[in-house]
Design a protein around this ligand. Structure first.
Ligand code: HEM
Ligand code: HEM
Length: 188
């Protein structure tokens, strides 16, 4: 199997980075849009795609653990390198914690989860009023909702720094950082 090298990233690294990354960006945008405007028709889509993404994100974390973190494409300043590392950790952990906290909020809140018509967790219907759902664990579901909310906005800040960093390397430093994540071979 081909692993990352200094001059070229494995196809798996590039594929998983963009599949997970672009889906996360879409999930952040739709999550905020639907929650702010109460667009309930989007909720089942958001939940189903987020749930499926959890498995891709898990595969990516396993891949990253086997591979180690990529070596810097150029000589960054130590502070820049530290910031990039912190941001990478926030981003990669959030790819697991965002879907997990969303699941806690929904499933422990008693709402259940269906993935494109397949029921994965049943709603917890009230015995007295079968139209109503009841929380399975109110405190944990509220904790999940709080993590989902605050981590969501933290990820946006981390992501803005991440994108600014990628653009700085590409446009100002003119090094191979972005090119390498686009699958290209860079010089030593
Ligand atoms: C337009 C959006 C994005 C751009 C331009 C971008 C660009 C890059 C680049 C150039 C690298 C390589 C850094 C290096 O070699 O040190 C990288 C790595 C990384 N990016 Fe992104 N990225 C984007 C979105 C995201 C998103 C949304 C996530 C969140 C999940 C993410 C998570 C990571 C992680 C964890 C790494 C470390 C290497 C790895 O695990 O594959 N990126 N990104
Ligand atoms: C990568 C995965 C995910 C991302 C990036 C994401 C992001 C977001 C964001 C930014 C919001 C708006 C802030 C908020 O109100 O909390 C939101 C709302 C929400 N998310 Fe997610 N989400 C993901 C996965 C999930 C999953 C797997 C579920 C449930 C199974 C879920 C359930 C919800 C619900 C129910 C809301 C609306 C909360 C409300 O009405 O206040 N999310 N999501």
């Amino acid at each position: 199997m081909q692993y990352d090298s200094h001059t070229k990233f494995a196809t798996t690294t590039v594929f998983l980075h963009w599949l997970v990354g672009l889906t996360i960006i879409g999930m952040l945008a739709t999550g905020i849009y639907m929650a702010e405007n109460g667009v309930y028709t989007l909720y089942p889509w958001h939940k189903a795609i987020g749930f499926l993404l959890l498995f891709v994100a898990l595969a990516r974390v396993v891949w990253r653990m086997k591979n180690g973190w990529p070596s810097a494409a150029a000589n960054y300043k130590p502070l820049e390198h530290k910031l990039a590392t912190v941001v990478h950790w926030v981003l990669i952990l959030s790819t697991l914690l965002m879907p997990i906290s969303g699941l806690m909020a929904s499933v422990l809140g008693g709402h259940g989860l269906s993935v494109f018509g397949v029921e994965v967790f049943a709603p917890n219907f009230s015995v007295d009023d079968p139209e109503k759902t009841l929380p399975i664990n109110y405190e944990l579901s509220k904790a999940g909702a709080a993590i989902h909310f605050y981590l969501g906005y933290t990820v946006i800040v981390a992501l803005l720094l991440h994108i600014a960093g990628a653009l700085k390397h590409h446009l100002v430093d003119k090094d191979g950082t972005l090119k390498r994540m686009l699958g290209k071979t860079i010089s030593e």
